[in-house]
Design a protein around this ligand. Structure first.
Ligand SMILES: Nc1ncnc2c1ncn2[C@@H]1O[C@H](COP(=O)(O)OP(=O)(O)OP(=O)(O)O)[C@@H](O)[C@H]1O
Length: 697
């Protein structure tokens, strides 16, 4: 950025010299803008990487357009290219754009936007690039994105240029029609319109493909980023414990990431904001110049007095009336749209819960209550929808009237001049075009303003996700389970609840290898929490739990997780089903007393809903047989089995996993027979529970 800043400074100095040499005040103005642009470009070294792309484009354009201008004023521009000389103010305009982007980078909400955008633009990840006909190659992902954005910005500016050029061709075309000049009409038709129209179509297709590719690549990367952040370091569990702020991370990942980049169904995302803003600004400036220039043809009285920029001011006043009125009518729309999102999400969530708890609801005959609640929730959507319709009805009435008037107003304004013979029909048409463009660009800023408040909520949600992930990292840093050079598992730990209340003090407990133990105690005394701490996922703790270096520890909870897919996948989880042979998986199922399911190993189903509680627990036991851990912690993992089957399972585990030490939590006294030690949670005077050696009954 600093080198680019220096280059702009050199250009500013040359322009100043040319200004002094020719005594041209416009060049002084350009030199001053370029000087300021040089300063802001230099200072842009520290701004967001995303915004740097735009500063760079505009600063380079300042030099390129400015150089063309200098060549022109010095009379060095080839006469054959006179038609392609750039409008005088181009260089000045892009210099101002560059300064504006630098200024924007200091606004807090823009900073928040670019912080998330920069996750992508600062990554070191490499991505694959397929260009038609060329071999695939791998480059840094941001390079691909930057190349696409630069091309898209140039295209969007180019399209504005083409559109301005077409407005001039159209002017001559209509004048030729008015003057019955058939030769000029056909010449303009064939060599004026047709090639530009063709360029327009080709560029529009390239623009569409590039835009969509950029959006999906960016979304793919950002989704992957958030998924990794959510699952990595077991943050998802700690984030759920932190609670509150991240009510539903799935919505952040599935919806907000998309809305951040592209805007989704409602409004704009950061990409659409940036490109549309540039396109509209370019269009506004270009057509304002056109309007300003044609205004000189609109003279009053015989004295030929012209009001400078008359048509531009007319368009400005007209657009201002339109935007202010739209804003006044549409102001409540932001909160109505926000509410719409919330109510739709509530309804979706109720439906998903209904599916998940289908059995419980059917058993309780809760369909009536559920139906009423769904009707109520959907009623809230309908009420909000009607409020939106009511408001949009007013808005549409106004904007439709406004748009109809927009077509007529330039003609009404120009008609007296036309009929007085002061302007030709072509000029009248071009005025209408330019008027329309300036007016559309100006009213765009109202939409921009309305959607910005909606976009803010997306930013806030993504930011709260990041905040919860950071908080989870802080919590996880205090994990009690550590690896040490020893054979047994040693506890010297105090565990608390998320609200800080102390529940367990295990300060001198040791579990020896080969010596199975049963942990009992009152419900809520923290037995499961102690197991969670062994697994290293309970962050509210002080002290440490030392686990033998290299030992494989496995924990089976009371309600096992059974993924959707084939039964073989469910048994092998979390390993891939191919990790084990079909024979090994079948044997494990048989040993876990599920021989009837061997024939269904390849069957895809929602096994978590299909299998009974006891069957699910036996699938988890089969998992343990395959994984062969050194330590197996069973947290009421056989509670859904009858005592006889539970006994058989314990005997089988002992026989098949002779090198595994089993530590169980359970309430049944029959379990004592399968363990060598009995540890009971006893309540201390301060209300906490401590594991104490109990006598085997
Ligand atoms: N995420 C959490 N947030 C707040 N409190 C929690 C959380 N998880 C557990 N608790 C509380 O911690 C206490 C101990 O729970 P834990 O599951 O360890 O008990 P337990 O001894 O295994 O009980 P049970 O025998 O009923 O299974 C309970 O009072 C429970 O409500």
């Amino acid at each position: 950025m600093q080198r680019l800043g220096a280059a702009v400074a050199v250009f500013a100095a040359l322009t100043l010299a040319a200004g002094v040499h020719l005594g041209d005040a416009n060049l002084f103005l350009l030199a001053a803008a370029a000087g300021l642009c040089a300063f802001t470009t230099w200072r842009s070294a520290t701004i967001s990487s995303f915004l740097k792309i735009f500063v760079s484009i505009f600063s380079v354009e300042t030099i390129v357009f400015g150089a063309v201008r200098l060549l022109e004023v010095e009379g060095l521009w080839p006469a054959s290219l006179a038609d392609y000389a750039l409008p005088e103010s181009m260089s000045l305009t892009v210099a101002v754009f560059s300064i504006i982007v630098f200024g924007l980078s200091h606004i807090p909400v823009v900073r928040e936007m670019t912080r998330i955008a920069d996750l992508y633009f600062d990554t070191q990840d490499r991505g694959e690039l397929h260009i038609w006909g060329l071999p695939t190659f791998r480059v840094r992902e941001p390079l691909i994105a930057v190349a696409m954005i630069v091309t898209l910005v140039l295209i969007s500016q180019g399209l504005v240029g083409v559109s301005v050029r077409l407005s001039f061709i159209r002017r001559d075309y209509y004048t030729a029609l008015q003057e019955m000049n058939a030769g000029e009409f056909w010449r303009l038709f064939l060599f004026g319109f047709t090639p530009w129209a063709f360029v327009h179509v080709v560029v529009a297709v390239i623009d569409y493909v590039l835009q969509s590719t950029l959006i999906i690549r960016w979304r793919q990367w950002l989704t992957q980023h958030y998924v990794t952040r959510w699952l990595g370091g077991r943050r998802h569990y700690a984030m759920a414990l932190v609670g509150g702020v991240t009510d539903n991370p799935d919505q952040r990942i599935a919806e907000d990431v998309n809305r951040f980049i592209d805007g989704g169904d409602s409004g704009y995302g950061i990409y659409s904001y940036s490109i549309l803003l540039i396109s509209k600004l370019s269009s506004l400036v270009s057509y304002s110049i056109v309007l300003w220039d044609i205004s000189s043809a609109f003279t009053f009285f015989e004295a030929n007095i012209a009001i400078p920029g008359l048509l531009f001011w007319a368009a400005l006043v007209y657009a201002a009336i339109g935007t202010v009125t739209t804003h006044l009518i549409g102001r409540p729309l932001t909160s109505l749209l926000f509410e719409k999102q919330r109510r739709e999400a509530d309804f979706r969530f109720s439906l998903a819960r209904l599916r998940e708890y289908g059995e419980q609801i059917a058993l309780l005959r809760g369909e009536g209550a559920e139906g009423a609640s769904l009707v109520r929730r959907f009623g809230a959507i309908v009420a909000n929808y009607f409020a939106i319709i009511d408001l949009r009805k007013k808005l549409v009435s106004f904007t439709a009237t406004f748009n109809q008037l927009s077509i007529i107003i330039p003609f009404v304004l120009t008609a007296p001049f036309y009929f007085a013979g002061k302007i030709k029909f072509g000029v009248m048409r071009q005025t209408a075009d330019a008027f329309d463009n300036v007016e559309t660009a100006l009213t765009f800023f109202v939409d921009y303003y309305v959607f910005l408040s909606d976009f803010r909520s997306v930013l806030d949600r993504l930011a709260s996700f990041d905040a919860a992930a950071n908080r989870a990292d802080e919590l996880n840093a205090a994990q009690p389970a550590t690896r040490a050079e020893r054979r047994d598992i040693a506890f010297d730990v105090k565990l608390a609840l998320p609200d800080g209340r102390r529940i367990v003090e295990a300060t001198s407990l040791e579990l020896a290898p080969g010596e199975s133990a049963l942990l009992t105690g009152p419900s809520g005394s923290g037995k499961s929490t102690l197991f969670r701490a062994v697994a290293g996922i309970w962050p509210y703790s002080e002290g440490r739990i030392e686990i033998p270096e290299g030992a494989k520890v496995m924990l089976l909870p009371q309600r096992p997780y059974v993924p959707i897919g084939s039964l073989a996948r469910a048994v092998a989880y979390p390993a891939e089903p191919e990790t084990y042979s079909r024979h090994e998986i079948a044997e494990a199922l048989e040993a876990a007393r599920l021989p009837g399911f061997v024939a269904h190993l390849e069957e895809e189903s929602n096994w978590g809903q299909r299998l009974s509680g006891g069957e699910q627990q036996r699938v988890a036991v089969a998992r343990a047989l395959l994984a062969e851990p050194d330590w197996l912690f069973l947290d009421e993992a056989t509670s859904a089995l009858d005592e006889k089957l539970e006994g058989e399972i314990y005997a089988m585990l002992r026989e098949r996993l002779p090198n595994t030490t089993i530590v169980s939590i359970g309430h049944r006294s029959s379990l004592l027979a399968f363990h060598q030690r009995h540890i009971a949670m006893e309540q201390e005077a301060d209300g906490t529970f401590a594991p104490r050696e109990a006598v085997l009954a």
